[in-house]
Write a protein that binds this ligand. Sequence first.
Ligand code: NAP
Length: 322
Amino acid sequence: MAQQQSTVVITGTSSGVGLYAAKAFAKRGWHVVMGCRDIPKTKAAAQSVGILEDSYTVIHLDLGSLESVRQFVKDFRATGRHLDALVCNAAIYMPLLKEPLRSPEGYELTMATNHLGHFLLCNLMLEDLKKSPAADKRLVILGTVTHNPDELGGKIPPRPDLGNLEGFAARFKAPISMIDGKKFEPVKAYKDSKVCNVLTMRELHRRYHDSTGITFTSLYPGCVADTPLFRNHYPLFQKLFPLFQKHITGGYVSQELAGERVAAVVIDPEYKQSGAYWSWGNRQKKDGKSFVQKVSPQARDDEKAQKMWDLSEKLVGIGVTV
Ligand code: NAP
């Protein structure tokens, strides 16, 4: 019966890691609630990888719009399902932009989609997770190697730098487009947003793990170099990047394996370690061992995490009123 079946909400399942994570969850008997901005595309994608219709529900969600996030939560609640896990997966990466795009609220779109939308979603759905009768509840946010300049994959410039969050403190609207208040740099905007994702996970853990028992984690599933994440890059990059990751760095991971890793971090007992950031050694291999990886100096800066949290609350309209 639907009410007894474990339910996971995942954002961004129309392609890539999210789609294959949905497939892995469905295979493991979970019901998947997909938060996506293009419902027909998502249904076609689910069908293309063989996810059975009765194992998922698609609900409209545009993470770039705070109103849409709030509506998504209302629509989820109207299904009457309990929430056992939330996976924040969706992201945009637009490396060739010359000028920033803006969310309906006026925020730079990469940060708005990848961080602010998920930040609001996590805060709202925390209440749903608390209410679930399940003994083991988890909230997982996708990370990436590029958040971390201490790792080889994170050394390529531009490096993420949140500065003192001057851009957030100044309300993050035009002409401001970067969290540090500096000049617009689309690749850095993506990396900064992924640092915010890790800070959010760590701050959720610090604030709520003891009182709720919820496990908060992040993971870097490996370089899933052939997902549509790179669709806004030069065509030549899209062709060469997977080959480079497969044959030169060895960091390449298939979409199927990345999806299985996401589901494992949500379901398997060995990943029930709140505050952990999971990574895999020998990333391409199915039997490559997972381990808890140290996050970047910025992402483990507790003072920065608290500041990011307070300012993000203001930007999304929760907590202290602006
Ligand atoms: P992807 O195939 O482009 O998937 C991104 C998903 O996010 C798509 O379903 C997309 O849906 C959705 N999305 C984008 N904007 C949205 C919005 N405003 N509202 C709701 N959904 C939205 O990329 P991916 O590689 O699978 O990336 C998934 C996650 O893995 C990201 O968090 C990324 O940072 C992380 N990651 C990826 C890699 C990698 O190598 N690919 C490595 C490490 C971590 P639409 O169809 O509507 O665009």
